[in-house]
Write a protein that binds this ligand. Structure first.
Ligand code: SAM
Length: 349
C-alpha cells in the first residue's frame, strides 16, 4: 500500500510565543530591576503584600498577584498557597544566578538589557532600513565605547554585563583549552578581566594580563583584587587599534571581533598575528554562528544586536574565521564548543 507522508499540521504556537515574547522578557527584566530575587534570597518566603512594600509598588493587588504568578508560571518563583495566602520564594535557578549578593550573579547582562537594549531593539526596523546603529551613537558619534564610557554608571553596567554574559564561556575555556605549552596570556579588550581571572584560577602556571581602554582599568583591578589574584593577573590600559598589544603566548579576544566590520576584524587579527611569538595562539570567544545558519539563533540575534549597537559589526561562522585566519598567516585553526551558543575559535601561528 502506498504510504502517505504526513507533514506536521501548521500551528500558531511558536508565532504567538515569539511574537508576544516581549511580555515575558519585560516581566523578568522588571523583576531583576526591582532586585526581587536578591530581596527574596535574604529572607524566608514572603507574602505578596510583604513583597509589595519591599519593592515600593503601588499597583492593585490583582496586578501584583498577576506579576508574581507570571514569574511563578515561568519557574522563576516558587509559591505555596494562593493569592492572599501565598508565600513566594526564589526557584533554585533564580536564587543562584539572580541574587546580587552571590558571586554567581549573572543579572548584569539583564540589567543592561532592561536599561539599554530593550529600548534600542524597539528600533530594529529602523536599523534594518537605515543600516545605522540605534543606541547612544544614533545621532552622530561613531565610537559606541567612547559614548558609553562618558557615564561612569553606564560604563560599570556595561562591563558587568559583559562579565555576566561570558563568565560561563570563560570558565569552560579555562578548563577545556590545552594550556600545557604556554605560560602567558593577554586578553585584548578584557573588560572586567573575568577571562584572565578564570584562566588564572584554573591554570595555576599561567600569568595573565587584561588589556582594555583606560576607563575600564579600575573596574578590572577591583575584580582582580576581589579574587586575590594580583600576583598572577594584571590590568593594563591601551587602545588595540593605536597601541602595541601586550606580548604573550596566547592572545584572546572575547566578543571583540564582532564589534567591527570585516576590514577591521582582519586588521585586528593581523595585529594579533604579528604580536604573537612563533607557536603562539589566538583565541576568539564569540557566539559563533553554525555553518548552516539555522541552529544558533542566539548567535544570529547577537549579530543583529551588533547592528543595533555599532551599525557595522557582525557575528560570523567558523568558516569566516578560517578565511581571515589563513589570510593573515595562521597555519591551522580549531573550534572548541563552550557554554551554550558560544565557541572558541583558535588560530595557531
Ligand atoms: C563587547 S566588549 C567585550 C568584553 C569582553 N572581552 C567579553 O568578552 O565580555 C568589547 C570590549 O572592547 C573594549 N574596547 C573597545 N575598543 C577598544 C580599543 N580601541 N582598545 C582597547 N579596548 C577596546 C571595550 O572597552 C570593551 O571592554
Amino acid at each position: 500500500m502506498e504510504q502517505t507522508s504526513h507533514s506536521p499540521q501548521p500551528t500558531p504556537e511558536s508565532i504567538m510565543q515569539i511574537g508576544m515574547g516581549f511580555w515575558a522578557s519585560k516581566t523578568l527584566l522588571s523583576a531583576v530591576k526591582f532586585e526581587l530575587f536578591t530581596k527574596l534570597a535574604a529572607k524566608a518566603a514572603q507574602s505578596a503584600s510583604e513583597i509589595k512594600s519591599a519593592l515600593g509598588l503601588k499597583c492593585s493587588d490583582r496586578h501584583l498577584f498577576d506579576f508574581l504568578d507570571t514569574l511563578t508560571t515561568f519557574g522563576f518563583l516558587q509559591r505555596a498557597g494562593l493569592l492572599e495566602t501565598a508565600k513566594y520564594s526564589n526557584s533554585p535557578n533564580t536564587d543562584l544566578f539572580l541574587d546580587k549578593e552571590k558571586p554567581s550573579y549573572l543579572g548584569g547582562i539583564l540589567e543592561m538589557a532592561n536599561n539599554r537594549l530593550y529600548g534600542f531593539w524597539g528600533s530594529l526596523e529602523e536599523a534594518l532600513i537605515s543600516g545605522e546603529a540605534q543606541n547612544e551613537i544614533k545621532n552622530g558619534a561613531d565610537n559606541p565605547f567612547g559614548e558609553l564610557y562618558k557615564s561612569p554608571e553606564k560604563l560599570r553596567e556595561f562591563v558587568n554585563a559583559m562579565g555576566g554574559i561570558q563568565v560561563g564561556n570563560f570558565m569552560a575555556f579555562a578548563q577545556k583549552f590545552d594550556f600545557s605549552a604556554y605560560k602567558t596570556l593577554a586578553d585584548i579588550g578584557g573588560a572586567g578581566a573575568i577571562l584572565s581571572i578564570m584562566v588564572a584560577k584554573h591554570q595555576p602556571h599561567m600569568q595573565c594580563q587584561s588589556f582594555d581602554l583606560p576607563p575600564v582599568e579600575p573596574i578590572a583591578k577591583g575584580n582582580i583584587a576581589h579574587f586575590e589574584l594580583q600576583k598572577r593577573v594584571q590590568a593594563v590600559s591601551g587602545n588595540f587599534f593605536e597601541d602595541a598589544l601586550p606580548k604573550a603566548d596566547i592572545l584572546t579576544m572575547g566578543n571583540i571581533l564582532h564589534d567591527w566590520d570585516e576590514k577591521k576584524k582582519v586588521e585586528l587579527m593581523k595585529k594579533v598575528y604579528d604580536s604573537l611569538p612563533e607557536n603562539g595562539a589566538f583565541v576568539a570567544i564569540e557566539n559563533v554562528i553554525d555553518e548552516e545558519r539555522k541552529h544558533n539563533a542566539f548567535g544570529l540575534m547577537m549579530s543583529l544586536n551588533m547592528l543595533i549597537e555599532t551599525g557595522h559589526g557582525f557575528d560570523y561562522t567558523y568558516s569566516d574565521f578560517n578565511k581571515w585566519a589563513s589570510a593573515v598567516g595562521f597555519r591551522k585553526t580549531a573550534l572548541i564548543p563552550l557554554a551554550g551558543p558560544a565557541s572558541a575559535c583558535v588560530a595557531y601561528k
